[in-house]
Design a protein around this ligand. Structure first.
Ligand code: OFO
Length: 173
């Protein structure tokens, strides 16, 4: 049975993951209307992944005798000044999510909830990977700058990244 404080903290994270999914969905839409299908495809996949992260938490809360909450979400940014700005926001957002996960891990230690602490290790590992991907992309985008040809090639290459990540073997569940 989950302690009330843990249930609340996990439900806060459910909202963070749901909002992340919306943030990336909005980025996908913006890229799609700008005609950059590779970037759009990558962001749609990121949005789906965040929904998976949310569902994993939902299932865990309900299985442990809690009640997962579906709450109102903050509206995301829907337009961006540039792709550079968009990917800067993506990295900033992932850093924010990592901070949320770390706080959550800290609460489980304070409350001596070692099962939830163990459950959250998957998220700790996932955040390391997501921050690394976001940094790699941002480095490339910064290198491209205003070069339209470079952006065209990047849009083509990022499709490969989406394919690779969608066929990667599932990590521990
Ligand atoms: Fe990348 O945010 Fe979920 O965990």
């Amino acid at each position: 049975m989950l302690k009330e404080s843990i249930e609340k903290a996990l439900n806060d994270q459910v909202r963070v993951e749901a909002e992340s999914s919306q943030v990336y969905l909005a980025m996908a839409c913006w890229a799609e209307v700008k005609g950059l299908d590779g970037i759009a495809q990558f962001m749609f996949a990121q949005s789906d992944e965040e929904r998976e992260h949310m569902l994993k938490l939902v299932k865990y809360i309900n299985e442990r005798g809690g009640h997962a909450q579906v709450s109102a979400l903050a509206a995301p940014n829907v337009t961006f000044g540039s792709f550079q700005e968009m990917f800067e926001k993506l990295l900033k957002h992932e850093i924010f999510v990592s901070e949320c996960i770390n706080k959550l891990v800290e609460i489980t230690l304070d409350e001596k909830d070692f099962s939830t602490h163990n459950f959250l290790q998957w998220y700790v590992a996932e955040q390391i990977e997501e921050e690394a991907v976001a940094r790699t992309i941002l480095d490339k985008i910064n290198m491209i700058g205003d070069d339209k040809g470079g952006l065209y090639l990047f849009d083509r290459d990022i499709k490969q990244l989406s394919v690779e990540s969608s066929v990667a073997p599932p990590t521990q569940n």
